[in-house]
Design a protein around this ligand. Structure first.
Ligand SMILES: Cc1cc2nc3c(=O)[nH]c(=O)nc-3n(C[C@H](O)[C@H](O)[C@H](O)COP(=O)(O)OP(=O)(O)OC[C@H]3O[C@@H](n4cnc5c(N)ncnc54)[C@H](O)[C@@H]3O)c2cc1C
Length: 555
């Protein structure tokens, strides 16, 4: 915490922001009393900074007296913008406190204040005494993160809508729930002016601007992750367990492994949450009768795994699995090797590409393999097309129809209910915004730099018809992420990992033919492709990891 006073700053005493969404709850006297046993009381003068955008390892602040304001630095208007003002009984902080990343906003004492400061470790201790308090804080932080994302606080990404590199950075930020603001050089004069001001030629875009000053020119996702604290330095000593893949299966395994005392590192090629985090609403996961967004489920799981000591390394793409001196080694594309006694493979599946004319040219700018808030914002009010007849295609069509006036859903057969749950098929059929194109397939993408139309082929009449579309969502069946395991672990004919009896393993359902290497979730041959089953498998597999470590005398 910086206590440097900036009294020259204009700080009119704004009223407290009302709590209309649950993002800014007020603590009860009992909760404040509890936290006071774990925190340190501090008096700060007006203008002092509690934490600054970009700071790491900041604590939680409870306002005891006076008012604190949270601001977005470098808002689009070029000045800092007040996001919220907190008075007595409210707490100030960001989800990053719990995930160990940099914070994306700044907090300043609006008046002379008295606050209670709690470090992450002390906060963890405090909330074990009051579960409801822990949940209140986590929920508020997740809601605040959504508010910050909507405001475009945090990173600035400047690049062209037609650039695949820009799309990759935006996608990376979105999938990792990092608030950011994108400025399109094609139509935003502000973007053009910023590039000129920093003397950045077009061939060095996209650029990332962080804290108004740090500039990364055409960075890789790894460079961006390092800037934001998503990559932990790997340990030189062997871990008990390396979890490869941070979807529901890997996250569940990480929670159970770390909570039972195994030193655990989790790597993921792209983001935490896996496919589930791309789901706009998961309605069949036990305990969430109103549904839960995939991104909230992922955030909660990451916070939970980290609470027990699991370490995350994102991006960390496994490229090979080898064995030497009784240890397993997972090689990463980013350059490090992770050594462990046991490895849990939870790399899931990815959606297949459509191999049709125009795909190579337009995939980077106009083709999507998930439908989240991020993609929905991009599509704005435009007509879109979804390809696929399964539940993920149905969910995507319903979700996109909330914003797009025209959603085309293209299926190859006649019966929408064949591969889609009945409740979803009903919703699709009842939506006035969704047109279902039965017995049809997309056979060509039309457009120069961005998609203008798709060519639909009617499989009954053999007629072809152009349909206006600015974005294509391809959700047509999945292939496993197992190319990195080829030649190391037996796979089935479709490339899924064999485990248990099918792999001649006698040590349980999730062990592969290689002792100490386990596989769970969608990547496992014969698994049920659902969030709940991946979570169940990830949790149960840890029992088998324990048994293996004990049998080997490593625990
Ligand atoms: C849009 C959509 C909606 C869905 N909705 C529902 C629903 O409502 N209910 C439901 O039950 N199921 C739903 N599903 C299915 C569900 O999300 C999956 O069954 C579940 O996510 C599988 O979890 P997993 O951990 O096995 O794998 P995944 O979620 O696929 O996660 C695998 C992770 O591994 C990472 N990875 C891949 N290769 C590597 C590598 N070489 N190195 C490191 N990391 C790697 C990936 O980046 C990914 O993050 C939906 C799926 C989608 C796509």
């Amino acid at each position: 915490m910086s206590t440097s006073s900036s009294s020259e700053r204009e700080l009119p005493d704004l009223p407290e922001t009302p709590d209309t969404t649950g993002a800014y709850p007020r603590l009860t006297d009992e909760q404040m009393m509890l936290l006071s046993q774990y925190g340190e009381r501090k008096r700060l003068t007006k203008g002092s900074t509690l934490f600054c955008e970009g700071d790491r390892d900041c604590g939680l602040f409870v306002v005891l007296d006076g008012r604190v304001r949270v601001v977005q630095e470098n808002a689009p208007e070029g000045e800092s913008r007040v996001i919220a003002v907190h008075g007595r009984g409210r707490f100030v902080g960001d989800l990053s406190i719990l995930t160990g990343q940099a914070v994306y906003v700044t907090a300043v004492a609006q008046t002379d204040v008295e606050v209670l400061e709690l470090s992450y470790e002390r906060l963890k201790e405090a909330v074990t005494q009051d579960q409801a308090l822990g949940d209140l804080i986590l929920r508020a932080f997740i809601l605040r993160r959504n508010i910050h994302a909507d405001l475009g606080a945090g990173l600035r990404i400047i690049g062209s809508r037609y650039s695949a590199a820009t799309r990759m950075l935006r996608d990376f930020a979105s999938r990792n729930r990092i608030p950011c603001r994108w400025e399109d050089v094609e139509e935003d004069p502000e973007a053009e002016a910023t590039l000129r001001a920093f003397d950045i030629p077009p061939d060095q875009t996209p650029v990332v601007i962080w804290k108004g000053q740090t500039i990364l020119r055409n960075p890789s996702t790894t460079e961006l992750a390092e800037l934001l604290g998503l990559r932990a330095a790997p340990s030189r000593a062997a871990y008990d367990l390396v979890v490869v893949g941070a979807g529901p299966g890997g996250l569940a395994a990480a929670v159970y492994a770390a909570s039972e005392g195994l030193s655990t590192v989790v790597v993921d090629a792209f983001a935490t949450g896996g496919q589930a985090a791309t789901s706009s609403q998961i309605e069949n996961y036990l305990g969430f009768p109103a549904g839960i967004t995939g991104s909230e489920l992922a955030d909660r799981a990451v916070v939970q795994a980290r609470k027990f000591g699991a370490v995350f390394n994102i991006p960390g793409e496994a490229t090979a699995l080898t064995q030497a001196d009784g240890y397993h080694a997972v090689s990463l594309a980013e350059g490090d090797d992770l050594i462990a006694h046991a490895v849990l493979v939870a790399t899931g599946v990815h959606y297949r590409r459509l191999d049709i004319p125009g795909m190579d040219r337009l995939e980077g700018s106009s083709v999507y393999y998930a439908a989240t808030e991020f993609e929905a914002r991009l599509c704005r009010q435009d007509p879109v097309t979804v390809v696929g007849g399964g539940n993920s295609a149905g969910q995507a069509a319903c979700f996109l129809a909330r914003r797009s006036p025209v959603v085309n859903l293209v299926i190859r057969h006649d019966d929408l209910g064949r591969d889609m749950s009945r409740y979803l098929a009903d919703r699709v059929e009842q939506s006035p915004r969704i047109t279902v194109w039965r017995h049809s397939e997309v056979c060509e993408l039309i457009g120069d730099e961005a998609l203008d139309e798709v060519l639909l082929h009617d499989l009954h009449t053999d007629q072809k018809q152009p349909v206006a579309t600015t974005a294509l969502f391809v959700l047509i069946g999945a292939a496993p992420h197992t190319s990195w395991l080829k030649g190391q672990i037996p796979l089935d004919a479709k490339g899924f990992v064999l485990t248990g009896p099918a792999a001649d393993s006698h040590d349980g359902m999730f062990e592969t033919s290689r002792q100490g290497v386990f596989a769970v979730g969608d990547v496992r041959s014969g698994s049920v492709k659902r969030v709940a089953s991946a979570v169940g498998e990830g949790s149960v597999a840890i029992r088998q990891v324990h048994e293996f470590l004990e049998a080997e005398g490593r625990r």
